[in-house]
Design a protein around this ligand. Structure first.
Ligand code: PXP
Length: 240
């Protein structure tokens, strides 16, 4: 069964909504590890809408499992990654207007630029994963770049509105995994996975790690609500 990388971006989203200090993604990462997370994942975006550089630097010191830094293939991010040295970097596409990462990286159309970034990360000892749609031409392009991993974008599977489409998208992921492994790549997946749709993806042969964020942070907010309210009632009574 694959390992679980917990994406803590949306803990930082809540903090940034008030530009305050809580909830702290560092505390969330420690608790995620206590809960059994096999890795901690975060996306440092150019616009810093959630995770901040301070978070990545502190997490580098605190994370006991492994740290996966998602980032765009820009000079700014490359400099940060080379300085912080995460356990691996996942290169993702980034558009300012998007709510979340909307599609996979177009590796096949950006070979030259990506080759430079992949080479500089790898020559500094940082393995690279490329977040791509599960398409053969993208898999082959990732293999040509000698990336260690691909992460398949599971959005089309997650957003399927009927069982037949979901099944078809699952097959696309399974076939992509087979092709990627045959091309010498290791395979991760993520995006839009939930408590309800994760199991079939986890069963895909060769799948190594699932990176999951939104559904875990959503559930954490709800399963923690009762206790949080009880504790505020106590605080109001002076027993905080
Ligand atoms: N993997 C990558 C590359 C992502 O960009 C994201 C979203 O930030 C995820 C996994 C996690 O997606 P979700 O929050 O939908 O679980």
């Amino acid at each position: 069964m694959p390992t679980l990388g917990v994406n803590i971006d949306h803990i930082a989203t809540i903090r940034q909504a008030r530009q305050t200090v809580e909830p702290d993604p560092i505390a969330a990462a420690v608790l995620a590890e206590l809960g059994g997370a096999d890795g901690i994942t975060m996306h440092l975006r150019e616009d810093r809408r959630h995770i901040q550089e301070r978070d990545v630097r502190l997490l580098r010191q605190i994370v006991r499992t492994h740290l996966n830094l998602e980032m765009a293939a820009t000079e700014e991010m490359l400099a940060i990654a080379l300085d912080i040295k995460p356990d691996y970097v996942t290169l993702v596409p980034e558009r300012r207007e998007e709510v979340t990462t909307e599609g996979g990286l177009d590796v096949s159309s950006n070979i030259a630029r990506l080759k430079d970034v992949v080479d500089r990360l790898q020559s500094n000892g940082i393995p690279v994963s490329l977040f791509i749609d599960p398409e053969l031409y993208q898999v082959m392009a990732a293999a040509n770049l000698k990336a260690q991993f691909v992460e398949f974008h599971t959005g089309r599977y997650a957003e399927a509105t009927n069982e037949a489409t979901r099944q078809k998208e699952l097959e696309v992921l399974a076939k992509g995994a087979k092709q990627a492994i045959a091309a010498g790549l290791r395979v991760n997946a993520g995006h839009g996975l939930t408590y309800w749709n994760v199991y079939p993806v986890a069963c895909i042969e060769g799948m190594e790690e699932l990176n999951i964020g939104h559904t875990i942070v959503s559930r954490a907010a709800l399963v923690g609500m009762e206790r949080a309210v009880r504790e505020m009632k106590q605080a109001i009574r002076g027993n905080g």
